[in-house]
Design a protein around this ligand. Structure first.
Ligand SMILES: C[S@@+](CC[C@H](N)C(=O)[O-])C[C@H]1O[C@@H](n2cnc3c(N)ncnc32)[C@H](O)[C@@H]1O
Length: 199
C-alpha cells in the first residue's frame, strides 16, 4: 500500500490554508454546475438505502446536506476542520456540525451512511481514516467515497494519487463502485464500502 508515498505527490494543504481558501471563495464552485452530478449520486445512494443517519466527514460548507433537501429528516452530522467552511451558511436546525480533524475523530455513533466526498486525497493516512470510519458504519450501512477522475494529461500528481487511492479502496472487501459524470466532462468514481471492508 503506497498511499502514504503517493499522498506526497500533492502539496499539503494546511488547516490554515483551508480557512483562507474558504474565506476567499475558492470552493464556492462546489455548489454549482457539474459538481451537482456527484452530489446527486451520493444523495441517490443515501436515499435508496433508506439511510436515516449520515456522517459527512470533510463536509465543507454542507453542500451535500443541502442537496439532501428538506425531505431528509434524519440525523446529519457534518465534520470539517475548517471553521470558515462550517460557518459559511446559517446552520440548519436539524444538523450537528463539528470542527475536528478527520484523522482524530472521536466515535460519534453509528451511521447508516458515512461520507467522504472529495476529501480522501487531502489526508495524510487516507486508508487509516477509511478503516476508522468503517467502525462508525451501522450494520447494513455503507461508507461512500467520492474521488475525482482527472484527465490523465492534467495534474499528473493528482492523477497518480487518485488512481492509487481508487485501487486501494476498491481492493477492500465488500466494495462496489460506479462512475459518475457531470456536464459531460468531469467524472468521479463513487465507491460504496460495507462494514465488512474493515475486517
Ligand atoms: C474539496 S473539499 C470537499 C468538501 C465537501 N466534502 C464537498 O464535497 O462539498 C475538502 C474538505 O475536506 C476538509 N478537510 C481536509 N482535510 C481535513 C482533515 N484532516 N480533517 C477534517 N477535514 C478536512 C477541508 O477543510 C474541505 O472542507
Amino acid at each position: 500500500m503506497t498511499t502514504r508515498d503517493t499522498a506526497r505527490q500533492v502539496p499539503e494543504t494546511s488547516r490554515d490554508e483551508w480557512e483562507d481558501q474558504y474565506r476567499s471563495g475558492r470552493w464556492d464552485y462546489l455548489a454549482e454546475g457539474p459538481e451537482q452530478a456527484r452530489y446527486a449520486a451520493l444523495c441517490d445512494r443515501i436515499r435508496s438505502a433508506g439511510a436515516t443517519s449520515v456522517l459527512d466527514v470533510g463536509c465543507g460548507t454542507g453542500v451535500l446536506r443541502d442537496c439532501l433537501g428538506d425531505g431528509f429528516t434524519g440525523r446529519y452530522v457534518g465534520v470539517d476542520w475548517s471553521q470558515a467552511a462550517l460557518a459559511a451558511r446559517p446552520p440548519r436546525p436539524d444538523e450537528t456540525l463539528i470542527c475536528a480533524d478527520a484523522a482524530r475523530l472521536p466515535v460519534l455513533g453509528s451511521f447508516d451512511a458515512v461520507v467522504l466526498s472529495e476529501v480522501l486525497y487531502y489526508l495524510d493516512e487516507p486508508l487509516a481514516v477509511v478503516r476508522d470510519l468503517l467502525g462508525q458504519v451501522a450494520p447494513g450501512g455503507q461508507l461512500l467515497v467520492s474521488l475525482y477522475q482527472p484527465p490523465a494529461d492534467r495534474h499528473p500528481g493528482w492523477h497518480a494519487l487518485i488512481r492509487d487511492l481508487g485501487r486501494d479502496v476498491r481492493a477492500l472487501p465488500g466494495t462496489t463502485h460506479e462512475q459518475v459524470t457531470g456536464g459531460g466532462r468531469r467524472s468521479w468514481l463513487l465507491y460504496a464500502l460495507t462494514r465488512e471492508a474493515v475486517r
